[in-house]
Write a protein that binds this ligand. Sequence first.
Ligand SMILES: Cc1ncc(COP(=O)(O)O)c(C=O)c1O
Length: 451
Amino acid sequence: MLHEVPGRAGAASPGAQSASLFARGQAVFPDGTTRATVERDPTPRYVLKGEGAFLVDVDGQRFLDLNNNFTTLIHGHGYAPALEAVARLLRDGTCFSNPTAHEIDLAELLVERIPAVEQIRFVNTGTEAVMFAIKAARAFTGRPCIAKIEGAYHGAYDWAEAGQGGTPSTWGSPEAPVAVPAYAGTPASVADEVVILRFNDAEGARRRIAAAADRLACILLDPMPSRGGLIPPDPDFIAAVVETARQYGILVVCDEVLNLRQSYRGASARYGIEPDLIAAGKIIGGGFPIGAIGGSSRVMSVFDGSAGRAKVAQGGTFSANPVSMVAGRVSMEDMTEMAFTRLETMGDRLRTSLTAAIERHDARYVISGVASLFRIHPKQTLPRDYREAHATADEAASMKAMSRFFRDEGIILPAGAAACLSTPMTDADIDKIANTFDRFLATAPSEGEAR
Ligand SMILES: Cc1ncc(COP(=O)(O)O)c(C=O)c1O
């Protein structure tokens, strides 16, 4: 089904100011921008400023923002308490080669909250956090390989990105999923060092982990992979992964860069996973660049260089810079248990309303997500893994039409990525999202016409 919406597309397309900036950008950047993930329809929209739950583009158009810089801005744009704390700090300096008290302040908060984290180190991105978690696992076990979930996005470290972008023609059989290289020229050895598991396939996970056990340093597990469909894990899948890992002395590394926002204690705690290491990022930086590797003191000791050279010498010019530390501490302090509960209640209400709209229109759509995260799939049934979540060409066209419809109604809805709520959103915003979806479905061909 191609879900076109006659007469609407383009009403809130990027305007003249965005077009002019894009023309300048094209002269200096390979595709006009500096991020592969920038949405363009047909060209990018340039932002003037953010205001709480909203952003304003350079042409003066205002949007409710469900992207929030790919789920980072849990307090929305320009969160005043964080900005004020940063403003007070700036005059004293923005980065030093020495440690500061600010890094301890943020570390103490995270150690107190996240059960798996006894000790922590800070870096600047989620990519780095995942990379150092993998290096720590290799150093701790003395083994070179990792297992990871098909389709899961973990940033740009070669081993972590293998198998993230497979298609029906490249991803191989269900029993032996392929570590599809992320880009041409990826060394073949990377694929030899990555074992791909299918999400929620407990039997397959046991079999494939056991077969490579003596080479595996860790299993890299995002508890609810966004690109895998934003589907929560089955308890028997988690049990299969964790039990098999323990049996063979393989570490479990949970990537919570995105999913830490699921609860006060994070996603692993929510699903009863006890990882050896976690990678964090996004919300813990209060809108500034951050990443973190945390875990048991036993495993984190690979970073200990106090008696000579550490097994993994993790540095980074801007690691633990006070700006990110202070903004992160203030933002996370304000994410109390009550604040997480409020976001989750709004998320539940939204998912219920979206599902009710689907039922009212007998439409071929389905909703996934947990807490403040959601995805709308143009599919009949809820996907269970990356392969089932993968959009056909028609489904991708429907998603695009839906994003356009939302945009024309003043809402940024990411196409194919996780959409998320932020604390400045109100019940009225939730109703607006649900009503917009309802009106979108009203424009769709009826179920009989659709296929
Ligand atoms: C689960 C997950 N891991 C890692 C990353 C990489 O984080 P960053 O973009 O900060 O490098 C992302 C980014 O979206 C992510 O969603």
